[in-house]
Structure formats: C-alpha cells, structure tokens
Design a protein around this ligand. Structure first.
Ligand code: AMP
Ligand code: MG
Length: 289
C-alpha cells in the first residue's frame, strides 16, 4: 500500500469501505518501517527549520479518528522529528461555555499557527460534523431558527460547504492543511480498550464514556464518510491512513508530512548584499580580537 492510495482529493466518489484499516504488513517488516519513520523524522527536522526561516507558510496537521486509533502516539512521534519551538498542539475537547458561545471555527482560528510554524490539531472543527451529528447535539444549539430549521442532511451539507470555504480561504492565505483520518477497525479498538483496562499503566487512558461512540460505530462511519467525501479538495485532501498497525500508520504519516513540507519547498531567506557586507565587517571585527 502506498501513501497515494490513502489520498482522497474529491476527484471520485469516496467510500470509506474502499479504505482498509490495515495494510496487513508482515510483522517481520516492522523494523524496516520504524527505520523509515526515523529517516522521515530527520528529513522533517531539516524541512521544519527551513519552514521557520522562510516564514511564509503555516502548516496545520489535523487528526481525526475514533478513540484509541493512535492520535496521541502519532502526535508524539511527529513531534519527536521537529524542534519543539516551531510546533504546537491543540486538543479540541467538549467546547467550554465560551467556545460554545462562538461559531465553531472560532477556537480553530485562535489555534492557527503563525506562518512558519506547524500546529497539530488533535481533533478539530470536524468534531462539529461528527460527534455533533451522531449525538444530535446541534438540535440543542442556542441559535436563531433560520440556522437550525432544516433536516439533518441539509444542516450538515451546509456545514461541509462552510468547511470547504474556510479551508479554501486558509489555503489562499498561506496555510497548508494536512488532514488525516486514522482508520482503525472496531476489532482493533476493542483490543486497545482491553489493554487500557488490563494494564495499570494504561488505565488513565480509558474512560467508560469511550464505549458510547463505540456503540454507535456505524453512525460514526457514516458521518466520517459523508464528511471526508464532501470536504476533500485538491488543495485540501484527506488522507485515510490504515491504523490497525500503529508502526505502519506512523511511517505513512511521517512520509505524508515530509511530502507536504517538500511541496512547500521552504527556502532559507537570501542575504542581501548590504547584510552580507555588514556580516563581513563583523567577521573582521571578531578576527581582530
Ligand atoms: P479526548 O480527545 O479523548 O480527550 O476527548 C475529547 C472529547 O471531546 C471527545 O469525546 C470529542 O468527541 C469531544 N468533542 C470535541 N469537540 C467537540 C464538539 N465540538 N462538540 C462536542 N464534543 C466534542
Ligand atoms: Mg478519549
């Protein structure tokens, strides 16, 4: 399986079931993939320094997934490849009262990186077309009738259009979005939940509430399919990454981040003749000490 096979850019109808949750890579190949991830991380580190020095483009790495798909460990691995000064992480939790009092892009806007920086979104405004849809939360919004008086499909199609427009505007303003769905199977989620329950060091990761979304698996998959299908564009594609083998998913994600940074092709700023002359003067001064 190749990274290109994971890409969804809106050029054809998207079906989640066309995207496997596992590439079924033989376990013996794990060390080779881990070595690849390490290689990609090195490359990422170099590219990030250039991105920062160049300061022209901001990068958002956006992760969505069911619980226990590996969002946190993926973030830890991506972060290990870059200088912490140039990267941030924002986790999107159940909205606070203040957040819920604003439109759903507000907290994402606040979290956007400056150009030259990378921000990882651990969940995102896509929660507003996923959990909000599956749990019917939008019915309870404090909003005028004109904003809510429609059926579910109409409401979320409206949101998908808003998201496409939002992401297009970001692209037109110097941002790149890397949208990743970690596609885990229901069976693998069960194994990971059981490990969280059975291994004391993992207990803190488990919450009884996680069984709620699990019990609505088909509704979540339908919501993901609709959301990904209708918000994938050439500038802002989704990548549906098979996540049942964590080490394989990490290799793909690191490859993806490197690929996008290479596309951006950030350059160290050119030094002007005047600046160079000043630098040479400083050099002389230092040598004369
Ligand atoms: P975790 O990422 O495990 O810390 O959980 C965060 C929780 O916040 C998840 O259950 C999300 O579904 C939930 N969440 C995030 N954004 C929203 C939102 N806009 N509305 C409702 N729940 C949300
Ligand atoms: Mg959780």
């Amino acid at each position: 399986m190749k990274l290109e096979d994971c890409k969804v850019d809106g050029s054809k109808k998207f079906k989640l079931s066309d995207h496997p949750t596992s590439a079924k890579v033989p376990k013996a190949e794990r060390p080779a993939y881990e070595a690849e991830t390490a290689q990609n991380n090195k490359r990422m580190s170099d590219l990030q320094e250039r991105l920062y020095a160049d300061g022209r483009e901001g990068v958002v790495i956006l992760l969505q997934a069911m619980d226990a798909a590996g969002k946190d460990s993926t973030i830890a691995h991506v972060m290990s490849g870059v200088n912490p000064q140039g990267v941030g992480v924002t986790s999107f939790k159940v909205p606070s009262k203040v957040e819920a009092g604003h439109d759903y892009f507000w907290r994402a806007n606040v979290a956007l990186p400056q150009r030259g920086y990378i921000e990882i979104f651990n969940r995102s405004y896509y929660e507003d077309v996923l959990v909000v849809r599956v749990d019917g939360l939008w019915h309870g919004y404090d909003m005028p009738k004109r904003c809510l008086d429609m059926d579910e499909q109409e409401f979320f199609d409206m949101r998908f259009e808003q998201i496409r427009n939002y992401e297009k505007a970001l692209y037109q303003n110097g941002y790149r979005l890397i949208k990743i769905m970690l596609n885990v199977s229901r069976k693998e989620q069960k194994e990971r939940f059981l490990a969280r329950i059975d291994e004391p060091a993992k207990n803190w990761k488990f919450s009884a509430g996680d069984l709620g979304p699990r019990s609505k698996w088909p509704q979540y998959m339908a919501a993901f399919e609709d959301a990904i299908g209708k918000t994938s564009t050439p500038e802002s594609p989704w990548y549906v990454i098979p996540a049942d083998q964590k080490w394989y998913a990490r290799a793909l994600v690191s490859e993806l981040v490197v690929k996008v940074l290479e596309e951006i092709n950030p350059q160290f700023p050119e030094i002007s003749d005047e600046d160079r002359a000043v630098m040479m003067k400083c050099r002389e001064q230092l040598m004369a000490e």
